[in-house]
Design a protein around this ligand. Structure first.
Ligand code: R5P
Length: 292
């Protein structure tokens, strides 16, 4: 087995290689003067299992391109199996045609990967209208969750409190985490007016006054969902408000916008960011050990 990275998730790739006691070999990825991608493997691949460790952020479009080029090249160079360990899988939110003429990006992304990868391992992909990854992938898939490591992180810092999912899809994270650490749990109703405008409403009433509130979501993108949920918690006189996201994208200065509403903002290292406090590499390690 060989672990490679295309530029994202380098720390996780190195960590996995060390723990699996296999070679880590970064790819050379650059561009020709006209912008065409240039990609080169720097190790022998014949007969080997190649694990590409690559999150889809930053730059989801180029990340996908790098993965497709790397996987195709690995096969061409004789790799026995190509596994993609993508802690964050992008494009999953566009899971239907919301407006006439739109691309269903998740299907297109999956189709590209189905053609060149043998197995995909990912963490908390945004599965909303699909039932599972099998709805779009024909290759072997393994979906892992950061719920337990997030629950441990919270429990070590807060004795009791309320976990809030800011929309009904996030209930799958909020409820499991709350059950694990015996916190109360509620879910808000989110109305999305645009990519940058959401409204939050509490539908299952829970007292927040004087309580520690932890808002849990899979993706923090612009941060508006988290901010609107935090505003509600502050209005209800919560004692403290923490944000935890599995995938912290923080686009458009999201972190700066969020800061004044939260006591702390924490993410897993599915996407490298200064808010990373929770390591998900043990999850990938567990699955990759089976492949060794
Ligand atoms: C969507 O339903 C996701 O679970 C997140 O709630 C969403 O991506 C967050 O986006 P933003 O941070 O831009 O509000």
């Amino acid at each position: 087995m060989i672990i490679i990275s295309c530029g994202n998730s380098v720390d996780i790739a190195k960590k996995l290689a060390k723990q699996l006691k296999v070679k880590y070999s970064p790819l050379t990825v650059s561009a020709f003067p006209d912008g065409d991608i240039y990609l080169k493997f720097n190790t022998e691949l014949k007969g080997k299992k190649v694990v590409i460790v690559q999150s889809f952020q930053p730059h989801s479009d180029m990340s996908l391109f790098d993965i497709v080029f790397a996987a195709e090249t690995a096969k061409d160079l004789g790799a026995k199996k190509v596994i993609l360990a993508a802690p964050y899988l992008a494009y999953m939110r566009q899971d239907k045609r919301f407006n006439p003429g739109e691309a269903i990006s998740s299907r297109i992304m999956a189709k590209l990967l189905n053609g060149c990868i043998d197995k995909i391992i990912t963490i908390d992909p945004h599965i909303h209208r699909y039932k599972s990854l099998k709805d779009i992938f024909t290759i072997s898939t393994k979906k892992m969750t950061a719920n337990l490591v997030m629950a441990d992180y919270i429990k070590k810092r807060i004795k009791s409190g309320v976990i809030i999912g800011p929309d009904w899809e996030s209930y799958q994270w909020a409820e499991e985490i709350a059950n694990k650490i015996k916190f109360e749990c509620t879910v808000f109703k989110k109305t999305r007016f645009s990519s940058r405008h959401v409204e939050e409403e509490m539908i299952k009433p829970v007292e927040l006054k004087g309580k520690n509130v932890v808002i849990v979501d899979d993706i923090i993108s612009t941060g508006h969902t988290m901010i609107e949920a935090a505003k509600k918690a502050r209005k209800m006189k919560a004692k403290s408000v923490m944000a935890i996201g599995v995938h912290g994208l923080f686009v458009e200065n999201g972190l700066k916008k969020m800061e004044s509403y939260f006591d702390s903002i924490v993410t897993t290292n599915c996407i490298e960011h200064k808010t990373n406090k929770i390591d998900i590499s043990p999850l990938l390690l567990e699955e990759l050990k089976k492949e060794k």
